[in-house]
Design a protein around this ligand. Structure first.
Ligand code: AMP
Length: 295
């Protein structure tokens, strides 16, 4: 049975027994409006831990003033049902006041928190370049949630591949005693990666959104057929995106999976990443690509 908890104090009290008994605590942070992608993380956490916590918190710090915080979809009853189905013990659903009591709820939230956590370098390119304060908001809330929950293992989706790399760096640099598990991307039958933001897409944009996966597949195929120049692979992906009139690409990236930097030549597994806007809706996706073995 999943228990909904809304305060830090109550969650700490609820987890005290688990901690005394040295039970392993698994944690899945989310922004809610849960789907099968989130459910896969929860299922894995429940399978691998004695006690499980998931959080639902649309963190204002990671939204720029012009972004979709106010309209971000919410359905706490459905979230609770999914958490229950996946065997989550505690669903932590704090309000903004609970998480950031010092915050004056203006629009630029990051300006109002007194303490924040920044992971340098990795946070500055790709997503970071297009959403400049986003990752600072993410690492601040994740650091705070880790301190509240005290998990042994935290589960994140590869869907947000750069975020996953950033969290691993945060854990290393601040010596958190937390293992991170990266979970595979869950997709719709036609290939679109599940995202809470897919709800914003109208029929035409939903159809057009298949172009993300198509571009990634084209890049992957090029690499598997022997392309070793990241520039050539990027061009192949851009060409696919350019064929879709409703798509406005933010970036296409061919990167090493750990550093997220573009290699000079593709000699080992790389990650292909893209972000594309469809009107006001911005979607991201990525995949691994393995070069042809050298003879
Ligand atoms: P969000 O609620 O979008 O912040 O996502 C919460 C967690 O779920 C993050 O670790 C995401 O990477 C993960 N996630 C979101 N969508 C998917 C998906 N389609 N497949 C797997 N994990 C996902």
């Amino acid at each position: 049975m999943t228990q909904q908890v809304s305060t830090i104090k109550d969650l700490r009290a609820a987890l005290a027994t688990a901690r005394q008994q040295h039970a392993s605590i698994g944690f899945v942070p989310t922004m809610g409006y849960l789907h099968a992608g989130h459910a896969s993380l929860m299922k894995r956490a429940s399978t691998e831990n004695q006690t499980t916590v998931a959080s639902v918190f649309a963190n204002p710090l990671q939204f720029a003033p012009e972004e979709d915080l106010a309209t971000y979809p919410r359905d706490i009853e459905k979230d609770l049902a999914i958490a229950r189905q996946e065997g989550i013990d505690y669903l932590f659903v704090p309000d903004v006041e609970e998480m950031y009591p010092q915050m004056d709820t203006g629009t630029n939230y990051l300006q109002h928190v007194l303490t924040s956590v920044t992971v340098n370098k990795i946070s500055s390119f790709w997503e970071g370049q297009h959403r400049p304060s986003h990752f600072k908001g993410v690492t601040t809330v994740v650091a705070k949630l880790f301190n509240i929950v005290g998990p042994c293992t935290a589960y994140f989706g590869e869907k947000d591949f750069q975020q996953l790399a950033l969290i691993k760096q945060l854990i290393r640099d601040l010596s958190y005693d937390v293992s991170v598990v990266g979970c595979p991307i869950v997709r719709e039958p036609d290939g679109l990666a599940l995202s809470s933001r897919n709800i914003y897409l109208n029929t035409e944009a939903r159809e057009a959104a298949l172009v993300l996966k198509a571009a990634l597949d084209a890049g992957k195929t090029a690499i598997e057929k022997g392309a070793t120049d990241p520039g050539v692979v990027s061009k192949t992906m851009h060409a696919v995106l350019a064929d879709e009139p409703l798509a406005t690409p933010d970036y296409v990236a061919v990167v090493c999976p750990d550093s997220l930097q573009t290699p000079k030549t593709i000699t080992s597994e790389v990650r292909l990443m893209t972000a594309v806007r469809f009107g006001a809706t911005r979607l991201i996706d990525n995949c691994a690509a393995q070069p042809k073995p050298q003879r």
